[in-house]
Design a protein around this ligand. Structure first.
Ligand SMILES: NC(=O)c1ccc[n+]([C@@H]2O[C@H](COP(=O)([O-])OP(=O)(O)OC[C@H]3O[C@@H](n4cnc5c(N)ncnc54)[C@H](O)[C@@H]3O)[C@@H](O)[C@H]2O)c1
Length: 256
């Protein structure tokens, strides 16, 4: 359901040039929010143009770029109501081969940046006594899979950050939640499918059916628009009852 429930609200969505983040930016804009599209990729400019938003290019792994993202948002819109920490990437390799610089980068982009951006946006949310922080975690924030040490560690950590911030934000009208989706049909997943096919030496169709979707009760990929709809719900008045939650959106993937 689309209305203009977020008219007057300012939203920052990281990793919004592609996939889940792009759908979230589009959905929040459709709801009337003024959306800042944040991404390392120049592709964010087109997304921003299409939704009447504003593009800020930056690398989430750099502290100065996180600071700049919030400072420029505040300079332009004077406040920030919604922060969606979505930027992320995957790397698959066994622990003994896991490149240490990739580990550092995964923690920086998917755990440290959400902390910094929450910290920098917090005073504005606190002052206006309304804020929504939505962290895009994963089923891999709740369970592990082999060869994903960096991703699983960052996504588990993000749930810890979510719970802590929720406890601190409650008295100020700020809710903080993590969404934990199973596999969403995006460029990130398409490249994971190709990686797994290579690592395991099997065809891509077999990776999807027998490995990725094997633990799920309902065997289908999630669409990015379905995650975006849930984000819009969490920003709506009835969504205000959720805070500190790791919300499984996984077709039963983690039920067993
Ligand atoms: N696709 C899935 O199946 C799935 C499932 C669960 C969780 N997630 C999470 O959803 C989020 C979005 O994933 P997606 O599937 O849409 O991937 P995607 O690759 O389509 O989009 C990720 C975006 O993040 C941006 N990004 C990456 N590193 C960045 C950096 N250092 N600074 C700024 N931006 C950066 C990329 O440029 C890209 O636009 C990720 O956090 C991912 O872990 C995805």
């Amino acid at each position: 359901m689309t209305g203009k429930n977020l008219a007057g609200k300012v939203a920052v969505v990281t990793g919004a040039a592609s996939g889940v983040g792009k759908s979230i930016a589009e959905r929040l804009a459709a709801e009337g929010a003024r959306v800042v599209v944040a991404d390392i990729s120049a592709g964010g400019a087109q997304v921003a143009q299409d939704i009447g938003g504003f593009f800020i290019q930056g690398d989430s792994s750099r502290r100065a770029d996180c600071r700049k993202l919030i400072d420029e948002t505040l300079a332009r819109y004077r406040t920030i109501h919604i922060l969606v920490n979505n930027a992320g990437f995957q790397h698959v390799s066994p622990i003994e081969d896991f490149p240490e610089d990739i580990w550092d980068n995964m923690i920086a982009v998917m755990l440290t940046a959400p902390f910094l951006l929450t910290r920098y946006a917090w005073p504005a949310m606190k002052t206006q006594r309304w804020g929504r922080v939505i962290n895009i975690s994963s089923i891999h924030g709740q369970v592990a899979s082999p060869h994903k040490a960096g991703y699983v560690s960052a996504k588990h950590g993000l749930i810890g950050l979510t719970r802590t911030a929720a406890l601190e934000g409650g008295p100020f009208g700020i809710t903080v939640n993590a969404i934990c989706p199973a596999y969403v049909r995006t460029p990130l997943v398409n490249s994971q499918i190709a990686d797994q096919a290579r690592t395991r030496g099997i065809p891509t169709e077999e990776v999807i059916e027998k490995i990725m979707l094997e633990p799920a009760a309902v065997k289908r990929l999630i669409e990015p628009e379905e995650v975006a709809e849930f984000v819009a719900y969490l920003c709506s008045p009835p969504g205000g009852v959720f805070t500190g939650a790791a919300l499984s959106m996984d077709l039963g993937w983690t039920a067993r």
